[in-house]
Design a protein around this ligand. Structure first.
Ligand code: ACO
Length: 330
């Protein structure tokens, strides 16, 4: 739905990816695959992998430090933190509360949000609502994943896709008519939940409950079909509802799941490939982190300029879709 005039503005962005690079050649040594197959089917050439002792909160904290350094941000008066992730360090406490502990914000609300690869855009929508409510003034939104810790490296159909990283936006309430969030939409088809999920914990082995590794499992072919058919419809509906078209929007920031999906979404929505922000070749699929990572790459290299409009569109397990049309004002 088209939102009323909002006073939520984006005032800073930051990101972080781990140092360790896992190339397609490295994967050739682990599973039966080839660089040629991976590049042709996904566009991915390498991905970043968190260190053994590095978790989603650690990546988040480094992304926030990057944001604070580049934009000279005062962190202590942030009054809400929302973290989108499918790979939290622990379910309790939340990643958001670990970020609060690191920076010591006082009187600050914290919550993690799980909407798979639609998580970052869903969190932006929540942040917009918190700011419009008038209750909160400065909301930190983070998309972070350590998918490598939830990947089965014997399964060639998934291990070639996933990587680790984190991105953060700061949103603040601003008086006057200035509005960065122009429109938003969501859609969920819960009946497709079985197509992409994190496996459950082992109930028991030898009579003892154990916490086993829980990995991401997906029916790649069906998820691919759904993305091309249903996600393109969702994007077109968001543009229609906001009275705009791909030709009037500067940038398209889809979830970076697979370059073939991005290409097909452009084809079905009218965006030129040059408008699509993709960093999939170097980061792979980083789920909730992929949209802020791709946007921050374009901010850092000067492609995105103040005044540009960007259509962000997350989609993934659930099956979830969540989109936002925004104006970039920094
Ligand atoms: N290397 C070599 N061959 C492989 C590999 C691999 N890594 N993986 C699968 N294959 C083989 C299969 O075994 C199959 O062989 P067969 O024909 O002998 O049976 C063949 O390649 C084709 O397999 P498909 O699964 O049909 O391959 P497809 O072209 O669909 O590509 C892929 C697989 C890349 C996973 C694709 O389905 C895809 O990208 N799906 C969407 C996945 C995605 O983006 N999910 C995330 C969206 S939401 C989120 O981000 C969480």
């Amino acid at each position: 739905m088209t939102l009323p005039i909002s006073n939520a503005v984006i005032t800073a962005i930051g990101s972080y990816v781990p140092e360790k690079v896992l190339t397609n050649a490295d994967l050739e040594a682990i599973v039966d695959t080839s660089d040629e197959w991976i590049v042709q089917r996904t566009g991915i050439r390498e991905r970043r992998i968190a260190a053994e002792s590095q978790y989603s909160s650690d990546l988040s904290i480094l992304a926030v430090r990057d944001m604070a350094r580049r934009y000279n941000v005062q962190l202590t008066d942030i009054d809400y933190i929302i973290v989108a992730t499918s790979t939290p360090d622990t379910f309790v406490p939340s990643v958001a509360s670990r970020v609060q502990a690191e920076f010591g914000m006082q009187g600050c609300g914290t919550a993690d949000l799980q909407a798979a690869c639609a998580g970052f855009t869903a969190a932006l929508q929540m942040a917009n609502g918190l700011l419009l409510s008038g209750i909160y003034k400065k909301v930190l939104v983070i998309g972070t994943e350590t998918l490598s810790k939830a990947t089965d490296y014997t399964d060639r159909t998934t291990c070639i896709l996933f990587g680790d990283g984190a991105g953060a936006f700061l949103l603040e309430a601003a008086s006057g008519s200035k509005s960065d969030i122009i429109a938003a939409s969501s859609n969920t088809d819960g009946s497709g939940g079985h197509l992409l999920y994190r496996s459950s914990l082992s109930p028991s082995i030898g009579g003892y409950d154990i916490i086993a590794t829980s990995n991401i499992v997906q029916n790649g072919r069906e998820v691919y079909r759904w993305a091309i058919s249903e996600v393109s419809k969702g994007i077109n509906e968001l543009m229609k509802k906001s009275g705009t078209s791909a030709a009037q929007i500067n940038w398209f920031a889809p979830h970076n799941a697979n370059q073939r999906i991005i290409d097909a979404l452009c084809d079905k929505t009218g965006f030129h490939l040059e408008q699509a922000l993709s960093s999939i070749a170097k980061y792979g699929n980083t789920s909730a982190a992929s949209i802020p990572l791709a946007i921050d790459d374009a901010v850092r290299d000067g492609r995105i300029a103040a005044g540009d409009t960007i259509l962000l569109y997350g989609f993934g397990g659930g099956l979830t879709q969540s989109g936002i049309l925004l104006r970039w004002s920094i």
